[in-house]
Design a protein around this ligand. Structure first.
Ligand SMILES: Cc1cc2nc3c(=O)[nH]c(=O)nc-3n(C[C@H](O)[C@H](O)[C@H](O)COP(=O)(O)OP(=O)(O)OC[C@H]3O[C@@H](n4cnc5c(N)ncnc54)[C@H](O)[C@@H]3O)c2cc1C
Length: 314
C-alpha cells in the first residue's frame, strides 16, 4: 500500500485540528500515513498521532527556529525515503507556506485547498472548489508523487486505539529564512479557518458597538469563532483576521451563520463550502439566501438575542 506523508502542525505539543483532519484524509484514502512533526513539542505531539491514523511518525529534532525552506527540504526527504506517492498538509498559513516548497523540491504538482482526496489506481483523485466555490473540479493524478493541501473542516478526524512507530530525524538547520517570533492570537480566540462554527457579522449591524450580538451568539455555541464581511473590516469595526471572503479567509465550518451580511459574490467565495449555512437578513431578496440552508428574514437586533436565549435553553 502506498504511503502518504502528512505534515502535522502542533502547538505546545498538541497537534492542530486541521492537521488531524489531514491525517484522517490520508487514512481514508487507504494509504499508510506517515506523519511528520517539527519544532519544540514535536515529541509530545508525535506520541498522540497513532490514535489519529498515523502508522509512523517522523520527529524532526534539533532545529531551534522554524524555517519554511529548511522544513520543506526535510519533508521532501521524508517523502523520498518513505517512497510516498502523496504529500499532504492542511491549507493553513503554515501549510500554505511549506507545501509549494515541498512540491518544488520534489518537482511535483501541487493541488491546493482540496475538499476531497481518495486513491485511484496507482494515483489519487482530488476535489477542488473552483471559480470561488461555484464549481467543484475533480482532478486525477497518476504522477509518481502529488502534493495536496486540504481545506480545514472539509475532512473528518479518524480516532481509534492505534499506535505509531516513532522515528527521529535531524532537522536541517541551514534555512535561508527563520521565523524569529510568533505573536499569539489576541485573547486566545478561535480562528475562523479552524472553528467548527463561525458566526459572522456584516454592515447590517450598523456599527462596531453592536458586535457584542455576534460575540454573544458565538459564545452561546462554545466552539465558535467570530467572522466579518469586508465592509465591516474596511470600516475598522473588526480586525482583518476575521474577514471571510475572496480577500479574507476561506472557511468551511460545520455551521456558518451570516448575520446582516448581504452575500456579495466575494463573501460567498470564502464560505459557500460550509456544511450548513444559516442567514439572518431583513431583506428577503439578499443574495445570501441563495446559498443558505436555513434563512431567517428578520431584524437581526431582535433575532440574534432570541437565538442566544434559545441556545442557552438548549
Ligand atoms: C476585489 C474585491 C474583493 C472583496 N473581497 C471581499 C471579501 O473577502 N469578503 C467580503 O465580505 N467582501 C468582499 N468584498 C466586498 C463585497 O463586494 C461587499 O461589498 C461586502 O461583502 C458587503 O458586506 P456586507 O454584506 O456586510 O454589507 P452590505 O452589502 O451593506 O449588506 C448589509 C446587509 O445587512 C442587511 N441588514 C441591514 N440591517 C439589517 C437588520 N437590522 N437586520 C437584518 N439584516 C439587516 C441588509 O439587508 C444587507 O443585506 C470584496 C469586493 C471586491 C471588489
Amino acid at each position: 500500500m502506498a504511503s502518504v506523508v502528512v505534515f502535522v502542525e502542533q502547538e505546545g505539543g498538541k497537534p492542530v485540528r486541521a492537521s488531524l483532519e489531514c491525517l484522517g484524509a490520508a487514512k481514508a484514502s487507504g494509504g499508510s500515513a506517515v506523519a511528520v512533526v517539527a519544532r519544540e513539542g514535536a515529541k509530545e505531539a508525535a506520541a498522540t498521532l497513532g490514535r489519529f491514523g498515523a502508522a509512523k511518525v517522523v520527529c524532526l529534532a534539533g532545529a531551534p527556529k522554524h524555517s519554511p525552506d529548511a522544513l520543506a527540504r526535510d519533508l521532501a526527504k521524508v517523502v523520498r525515503e518513505q517512497k510516498a506517492s502523496a504529500f499532504l498538509a492542511a491549507a493553513t498559513a503554515a501549510g500554505k507556506d511549506v507545501a509549494p516548497r515541498v512540491a518544488a523540491e520534489l518537482d511535483a504538482t501541487l493541488l491546493s485547498d482540496c475538499t476531497g482526496f481518495e486513491a485511484q489506481g496507482s494515483g489519487f483523485r482530488v476535489v477542488r472548489p473552483w471559480l470561488a466555490g461555484k464549481a467543484l473540479a475533480t482532478l486525477s493524478s497518476q504522477a509518481p508523487v502529488v502534493c495536496v493541501t486540504t481545506r480545514p473542516n472539509a475532512f473528518a478526524i479518524s480516532e481509534s486505539a492505534g499506535s505509531a512507530e516513532i522515528l527521529e530525524m535531524s532537522a536541517s538547520t541551514d534555512g535561508k529564512a527563520v521565523v524569529v517570533s510568533i505573536a499569539p492570537k489576541p485573547g486566545g480566540k478561535l480562528d475562523v479557518k479552524e472553528a467548527p462554527v463561525v458566526v459572522s457579522g456584516g454592515r447590517g449591524l450598523k456599527g462596531p458597538e453592536h458586535f457584542h450580538l455576534i460575540e454573544e451568539l458565538a459564545a452561546a455555541f462554545g466552539n465558535a469563532a467570530t467572522g466579518a464581511s469586508r465592509a465591516v473590516v474596511d470600516a475598522g469595526w473588526r480586525p482583518h483576521a476575521e474577514q471571510v471572503g475572496q480577500t479574507g479567509k476561506t472557511v468551511a465550518p460545520k455551521l456558518y451563520i451570516a448575520v446582516g451580511i448581504s452575500g456579495a459574490i466575494q463573501h460567498l467565495a470564502g464560505m459557500r463550502t460550509s456544511k450548513v449555512i444559516v442567514a439572518i437578513n431583513k431583506d428577503p431578496e439578499a443574495p445570501i439566501f441563495s446559498v443558505a440552508d436555513f434563512g431567517l428574514v428578520a431584524d437581526l437586533f431582535q433575532a440574534a438575542p432570541e437565538l442566544v436565549l434559545e441556545l442557552g435553553k438548549a
